[in-house]
Design a protein around this ligand. Sequence first.
Ligand code: AMP
Ligand code: ZN
Length: 875
Amino acid sequence: MGCAPSIHVSQSGVIYCRDSDESNSPHQTTTISQGASTLHGLFVKSDAADSIPAVLAYQSRQQPPCSGPRRRESRAPRCCGIEAETQTSSSSLKASATEVQIGPMRLTQDPVQVLLIFAKEDNQSDGFWWACDRAGYRCNIARTPESALECFLDKHQEIIVIDHRNSRYFDAEDICRSIRATKPSEHTVILAVVPRTSADQEETSVLPLLNAGFDRQFMENSSITACYNELIQIEHGEVRSQFKLRACNAVFTALEHCQEAIEITSEDHIIQYVNPAFEQMMGYHKGELIGKELTELPKSDKNRADLSDSINACIKKGKEWQGVYYARRKSGDSIQQHVKITPVIGQGGKIRHFVSLKRLRCTNENNKQLCKSHRDENYSGDNSQSESHSFKCKNRRKDSIDVKSTTSQSSDAPSVQTRRYSSMARIHSMTIEAPITKVINIINAAQENSPITVAEALDRVLEILRTTELYSPQLGTKDEDPHTSDLVGGLMTDGLRRLSGNEYACSKNLNLSHSHLSVPNTINDVPPCIAQLLDNEESWDFNIFELEAVTNKRPLVYLGLKVFGRFGVPEFLNCSEATLRAWLQVIEANYHSSNAYHNSTHAADVLHATAFFLGKERVKGSLDHLDEVAALIAATIHDVDHPGRTNSFLCNAGSELAVLYNDTAVLESHHTALAFQLTAKDSKCNIFKNIDRNRYRTLRQAIIDMVLATEMTKHFEHVNKFVNSINKPMASEETGSHNEGSDCECTANMKNFPDNQTLIKRMMIKCADVANPCRPLELCIEWAGRISEEYFAQTDEEKRQGLPVVMPVFDRNTCSIPKSQISFIDYFITDMFDAWDAFAHLPVLMQHLANNYKHWKMLDELKCKSLRLPSENNN
Ligand code: AMP
Ligand code: ZN
């Protein structure tokens, strides 16, 4: 007979029958002893099963019979009288847990439990029994309504199968209703086994079944496979969904106990959920809020229009909004809250909910309101709850940042407050009146008597003014495009991620020679093909790559001679053309022709763009001759001895240059210093040797300032200063005067403001340095190819040397060049050139920029990662 099943009697007298737990016996026989039937006679009240245990529990670990004609010995536990017997095959199906993911939550689903409610054992109940076995489910059989309910309340099975084929033994719908009346059945799928309809019978509606609480019907079919298919479909569909929904209870429990106020609304701002902390903060009961539209609730009128417009504009785009606003509590008081509103994308990729997290700001006013509310309000009634949700203001005080709110917090301790205030005042009086200190003091004073909205706005201003990076936009780290974040990280940081070791050796063999190159004696005796090309040098569409080709990669000397001549540089410096030529040769020789991008062709290109900008009316009118000379020299030297690696790379590698310049503007400092060194080293190439000391110092200062301005960490600082100091005043002057002559006056005025001239020169060299996206398409594509190649080579070397990869998207095997160009243009170019164009008037450049952008977009949309479409590759 094999191992005996474990049998025990429940409190109410229901008999559970299990096969013994660890048995691997291939021919296990589950037996219910005679004694069990006696017990059963005492407790089970089913007339249908007068000698059968009311519930048979079967934990599956045996293989059901294979398909094909069922053999008698393969029946499910027979409980007639004394015996339940299963004849199994040898291999066991282990009931195993399944991993299920819901959102960011990982869950483990235990094997499914099934309750079969069949008054009498027959082929159909056997079919489900063995189907459970095959599927690895745990299965119980109940014979009576009472035992079924008891078993369900004990085990909370995920699936219940109720025999609904005849009503002789029990009313299946009644059983279903009584199970549905229990709380745990919320997550249970109930299946009705209905009689097969014969061909002449009409199909009946399932509606009465659904109304009784069934989820679906199963047409009588005792094939194990049919039962198995039905059960596993239910498992993969409804049971899995219900399992996930049950996990939401954990999330709701977290929300209910969270100390931050949380509100969830629909996409139409209908409130769907608020947590107890929210009720407490706002003084409403959730019943008064849920189902209401946000706008129906009383709101602070101070707060309304513009703020809610800007919030809406932000969150409707799917972006998170964070800020401070006023909310009116039910009592009518206004409180200031830190609010974070996050849109939640749901079905159809649309925004389906908004989740708002609110924290009270710790201001004097809020503290008062809170103390008051603690006294006045008692709606929660439950002391333990109100304590756990009470506002722990102390913890939140770290948000306060200004002197005013720091001093105003300790309303309960005036002596401490006064002491702190006077010490702050002392600190104030000790501070040297730097412009920023003056500004902060003025704002603090203005806050004292301002309405709360103004004080609040000024709080934000102070917060911003206290950051060190006033001009750098804060790039969201998570959701930004990886091309943008890599470019920003790669170009706008210095050595933040510096590693020690692995020295990067920058060229130590400075090239001081200028004699080995065959160059013309004067600009007048250049070879005709070069001279012909240079005839077009004043045009924006001038092709620098043709010059590179005909000059054997020495375009800087030729273009330099021509351009410096055109702008009267030798005259200004009082130097011979030979000295200028020798100087250009030395400088060009110190560019690395092996760099894909940062070679002397790039320097020539920047020189070309600078000369072009200097020819623009507004620019010419704003600058002096010295500024022009400085700009042309700065453009020429601005990347000399560039190693073809970024500042971040040099810092990470702990290179000599990075050590020398303390990881700060490493390359730009090196280009400038080296250029002056090279110039001074040999009088034959010293273009400054004939100018007086003062002029030299002014010129040198202007050159250094411009080269350092090409450093990308300061990009937004330079652009924003230009916009604020040049574009904006000019725009308001223009709209104010409507005067034809005003343009001239306006630019002439710049000459009276050296600071403005500096801003113009910085902006000019910056724009010249990265003007490649504004060149005609073919030139733009060539530059994009060159810079990408240089970045790829850096990534290769970083990998080889085990250095941090500064711009992982620039991997030659995976990079999308169009995407990188789109990001570069979006992030660095568009705004800067808009501002520069507004000043210098550059319609041709802006047109090229628009065309080129379209080109990259088109490639990106076609999922093309290279410089052009494959069909155009041989162009
Ligand atoms: P500079 O090193 O002085 O030429 O500074 C300009 C910066 O902009 C450099 O870091 C270049 O690598 C970067 N840059 C210029 N053109 C592009 C481009 N088309 N795509 C990506 N980065 C660029
Ligand atoms: Zn450059």
